[in-house]
Design a protein around this ligand. Sequence first.
Ligand code: PMP
Length: 462
Amino acid sequence: MLNTPPLSNLQTRDIESVLHPYTALHKLKSTGTLVIESGKGVYVYDTQGRGYIEGMSGLWCAGLGFGDEELIDAATEQLRSLPYYHLFGAKGTESAIELAEKLKEIAPVPISKVFFTSSGSEANDTQVKLAWYMNNAMGRPNKKKIISRIKAYHGVTIMAASLTGLPYNHIGWDLPVDRVLHTDCPHYYRFGKDGESEAEFVQRLVKSLRDLIEREGPNTIAAMIAEPVMGAGGVIVPPMTYYAAIQEVLDEHNIILIDDEVINGFGRTGNWWGCQSLGMTPKTISAAKQLTAAYSPLGAVMVPEDIYQAYVDHSAAIGTFGHGFTYGGHPLGCALGVKAIEIYQRRDIVGHVRMLSPVFEARMKALNDHPLVGETRYCGLVGGVELVADKKTRRSFDPKQAVGPQLAKILEGHGAILRAVGDTIAFCPPMVITEAELNELFDRFEKALADTEAWVSKEGLR
Ligand code: PMP
């Protein structure tokens, strides 16, 4: 293991009092925590004043970097005029109205109404409830199951975690709940069979989805949920023909497609929406994270007119639409959402992502020759580097060896932060990163990769 310096006072207080999400709690006392104090541009600074390139935009969300004065001004202005109000019981706020209008304007498919939440998990939970509510309204009370995918990530509330297809979100948590089905993960490198072409792989997944639907009964399935590029499951970019092919099957059986744009949305993949980059045509959309450039929590569910009309009809029969969060559509989040979208448009962030993506791709591709790298995957300015024990056979390291997390830790010593999702190192830099900063991030990553290779050899982990 690395030689870790003694814990500072703040680190000790942190470990004494904060329950850290997504953290190996049994190792926390020896690994310590990294306490971040400030941020500017693509850099964050710890309490010792050390700077790190934030190569993950925090958690795939701070797409405009840190300390953006325009966003800070918008937040301050909103807090001064109206720090809080809600949308319950037919109340409204100007910032929520403006943001809903903006989202309708930039949506990739026709959207009639926007429902605001505080997070991505709440947005996806809401999607499931809305699908159930819609089918009750339409007299289809049995059409309730939701299809998700192995390695999907849709959040951590009870239903969102059930949709998520990762073992550590299920094992020990009594999840997934009923009504959730997981189909195959469209990751050719990992799940393609020997000798199978990419086209045959897609056909196999389509057949498997069709079999699942027929086995369960099409009349019992309401929706499928999918992230265009799968993020926290390992930055998986499906084959380009995949979504069109599975959508044919869903359409045949009147199963709606919910597009989880929580990571992909707002320019990340080189288009406004990930569905545009991957050839997906969804019925409804979940958004969060870059919606406010992460300067405030906010999520959104975007629904078309026919679905909205079903809620109206049901509402007429039973009274009130009984769903809503205290902070859903918080004025601070909505004002920041309006400002973030205006900045994305005025500074042509999509154009900037497209301009940088060839550099990102070239630096990713160059890593493919490294003995620890099995595959690199990328789309726009999101990517992943999968580490393997054996390049030829694609054998993974034993997860207990925690090679990915070790690389991420070593990288901190080189002044950059990336996120290990298993043994895939995820890249999701602020979309405002410059070419020089992007190259610097990869230079630092390459140093950490070399150190990790030396550590793997020394420890005999292959
Ligand atoms: N969906 C996707 C695709 C995500 O990546 C995430 C968060 N990483 C979520 C949903 C959940 O969002 P939140 O953490 O805001 O609840």
